[in-house]
Write a protein that binds this ligand. Structure first.
Ligand code: DAH
Length: 335
């Protein structure tokens, strides 16, 4: 009887085609009211002396069925996995995901290009805070509290003494104090702010690159040569520059610098690109340099202005509105 049951159970397990069917077999033979339990119930009808042997046989039957169920279950699970895997083939010919890659902003491209040039000429790159003290922004640059030239550089004030810097020139003063009377050569690119109504050529926020060189034997010729090198690097070797007398409180003499371009009729035209000059003795003195011993030159150039000229951009606001149709044109355009 036990043998017959064993044979039946093992056959049922062998023939189960799914996990569900296998579970039905388990219930039929091993559950509380299953065949094996019923068999165990028969123990009472058996003579006392045969009971241990009968019990052992039923237990061994139970173990055999359990083992067979376990092995079959594994087999069915493996099979199900293979079926699933074979259905989930990867189609390597499908197009991949495009990872969007941005580019360096045109203004930063120009700044990086200028940094490369000037570092090659022995300059260091200096930085200063955008939230600046009146002291550095104006007074150290020879613009006293009631200096009329302050009117051209109205800004955003946090309080009476703290403002968003109107130019990168305060970094001149900061660097001079830091260098403690030693010769220096720096450029300083950075953001500046003015209270201005935005239009195609004005923006309340823009960028400048400041330049400052101080040494014992600096002359105006050094300034002119540096500016010419910069202009040729930026716009091409055929360009020349023209210096026009001008006024800045922090330089004496001061100049405005024009760069040449060829007009449609073939004649030479000039476009103003920056301000420059020989460092004013007061600025040297306040920065801790003896004007009898040291001389310097300085310049300040608008990054938007030169970028607009270089790439023929018609509106300064393009730089600040994050329109990808504009920005994508400058991907990898540097140099
Ligand atoms: N700071 C001036 C401005 O923003 C630009 C400038 C002119 C800077 C002459 C200089 C300089 O260093 O020498 O209008």
């Amino acid at each position: 009887m036990i043998d017959t049951l064993k044979k039946q159970a093992l056959e049922a397990i062998l023939n189960a085609e799914s996990l569900e069917q296998l579970d039905e077999v388990r219930v039929r033979y091993l559950s509380k009211k299953g065949e094996v339990s019923l068999l165990m119930g028969k123990l009472r009808d058996i003579p006392q002396e045969e009971r241990p042997q009968f019990g052992a046989l039923v237990n061994s039957l139970k173990e055999t069925i359990e083992l067979a169920l376990y092995q079959k279950k594994q087999g069915l699970e493996d099979q199900a996995l293979w079926v699933a895997l074979s259905k989930e083939k990867i189609d390597v010919t499908l197009p991949g995901y495009q990872l969007y890659q941005g580019g360096v902003h045109p203004l930063n491209q120009v700044i990086e290009d200028m940094e490369d040039l000037f570092v090659g000429l022995g300059f260091e790159v200096a930085t200063g805070p955008e939230l600046e003290n009146d002291h550095y922004n104006f007074e150290m640059m020879n613009l006293d509290k009631d200096h009329p030239a302050r009117a051209m550089q109205d800004s955003f004030y946090v309080d009476e003494n703290l403002l968003l810097r109107t130019h990168t020139s305060p970094v001149q003063a900061r660097t001079m104090l830091e260098k403690q009377g030693k010769p220096l050569r720096i450029i300083c690119p950075g953001k500046v702010y003015r209270r201005d109504d935005d239009d195609p050529t004005h923006s309340h926020q823009f960028m400048q690159i400041e330049g400052l060189v101080i040494d014992e034997s600096i002359t105006f010729a050094n300034l002119k040569d540096s500016l010419l090198t910069m202009v040729k690097h930026l716009f091409g070797p055929e360009r020349i520059i023209r210096l026009r007398p001008s006024y800045f409180p922090f330089t004496e003499p001061s100049v405005e610098v024009d760069v040449s371009y060829q007009k449609k009729d073939g004649t030479l035209g000039w476009i103003e690109i920056l301000g420059a000059g020989q460092v004013h003795p007061n600025v040297l003195k306040m920065g801790g340099y003896d004007p009898k011993k040291f001389r310097g030159f300085a310049f300040g150039v608008g990054v938007e202005r030169i970028t607009m000229l270089k790439y023929k951009i018609d509106d300064i606001r393009h730089f600040y509105t994050n329109d990808l149709r504009f920005l994508n044109q400058f991907k990898g355009a540097s140099k």
